[in-house]
Ligand binder design. Structure first.
Ligand code: COI
Length: 356
């Protein structure tokens, strides 16, 4: 592991913490943040925890022009007994490095990054909200900071971790969301950056997202970029369908984000002996299953979204309402079990929880 001391400068002022009922997603940040710099020839250096504050960057920094950046998202939870828990944080560090590889950003030392993350969470642990459905969202990210307008990998970077107390991601809370199946725009294609967690994928999604919200939908469901036929993922989550007793989710085809919640749900379903398949799923298949009365439920999975039931799909002006627009029993059971493990009220048979 990187043998460097993390310098700590504690904030002299403490910001006011929000009330549980004011919590929105990602609008308020804790008292501290982590920063570490990278310089070519020197590697990652100067890890430090400092008061949360704006940073100064040269306007020619690579990130502003060519989007060389990656990020992660995970959460810290506090149990009834006051223990602080993280959910599979090593997987986020592993995926950060996979994204780094795709975006030609130097790898971080995963164990060191996890140590820094735990220290930061521990310093700001009073910021972890305790009300049901709330948590502390943790956003590690890396930006390319070399002042240079040529299209080439940057020689300088900043790795930072910021944290935000959050409630539900969608305005619907835990109620089913309405999703528009996107038929014109695409998120990415195989060979693109879809498997990396990089800002450009999200910037590319905004146009379709804007149109869907004008039509009253929360998110778009992306179809594959070549045939516009196969279901890929939703803007901020992976997608699952329960058809005739079987759960299906799009396979990791090379353009879909490999969600950690997605993987956890597949493991949970297998543990319960519920048949689950990762494969290509066409949007026609979903509508046909609906027409035959076999489409039982659909739900999205993600760190921010947790388990988010889908109540309605709109594809080419054809609207279908799933499970009467209500949360289905499997979505509910998965939500209760996953959050139970995360908040320490349900036993964790998988060894997913890491205590801070
Ligand atoms: C997460 O679930 O952590 C994400 O990164 C999705 C996000 C874009 C809010």
């Amino acid at each position: 592991m990187l043998d460097q001391t993390i310098k700590v400068e504690l904030s002299t002022t403490k910001k006011q913490k929000p009330n549980a009922d004011q919590l929105q997603f990602g609008k308020i940040f804790t008292d501290h943040m982590f920063i570490m710099d990278y310089t070519e020839g020197k590697g990652w250096h100067d890890p430090r925890i400092v008061p949360y504050q704006p940073i100064t960057l040269d306007p020619s920094s690579v990130v502003f022009h060519y989007g060389q950046t990656v990020f992660e998202g995970l959460k810290a939870y506090v149990t009834k007994e006051g223990k602080v828990q993280l959910f599979r944080p090593e997987k986020n560090m592993e995926r950060l490095n996979q994204s780094n590889d795709r975006m030609v950003i130097p790898k971080i030392d995963e164990q060191f990054a996890l140590k820094a993350l735990k220290q930061l969470v521990s310093i700001d642990k009073d910021w972890i909200p305790t009300a049901e459905g709330t948590s502390l969202y943790i956003r590690p990210f890396i930006i390319a900071t070399q002042p240079f307008l040529g299209v080439a990998p940057s020689s300088q970077y900043k790795f930072m971790i910021i944290m935000s107390p959050v409630g539900a991601y969608y305005k619907e809370g835990l109620n089913p969301v309405k999703i528009l199946v996107e038929n014109e725009y695409v998120r990415t294609v195989k060979g693109g950056t879809g498997t990396a967690k990089t800002g450009g994928n999200y910037a590319a999604s905004l146009k379709a997202q804007e149109i869907s919200s004008q039509k009253g939908y929360s998110q778009v469901l992306w179809l594959d970029g070549i045939e516009h036929k196969y279901v890929e993922e939703v803007g901020s989550m992976n997608i699952f369908f329960k058809i005739d007793g079987k759960v299906v989710t799009p396979e990791l085809s090379g353009s879909i984000l490999p969600g950690i919640t997605r993987d956890s749900i597949i493991q949970l379903l297998k543990y319960w002996n519920i048949p689950v398949e990762e494969r290509k799923i066409s949007i026609e298949e979903i509508y046909e299953a609906y027409d035959k009365g076999l489409l039982e439920e659909a739900f999205g999975t993600g760190t921010a979204a947790v388990i988010s039931p889908v109540g309605e799909l709109l594809w080419k002006d054809r609207k279908i309402v799933l499970n009467n627009g209500e949360t289905g029993p499997l979505s509910k059971k998965l939500y209760d079990t996953l959050t139970g493990i995360q908040y320490g009220t349900v036993e964790d048979p998988f060894g997913w929880i890491v205590t801070v």
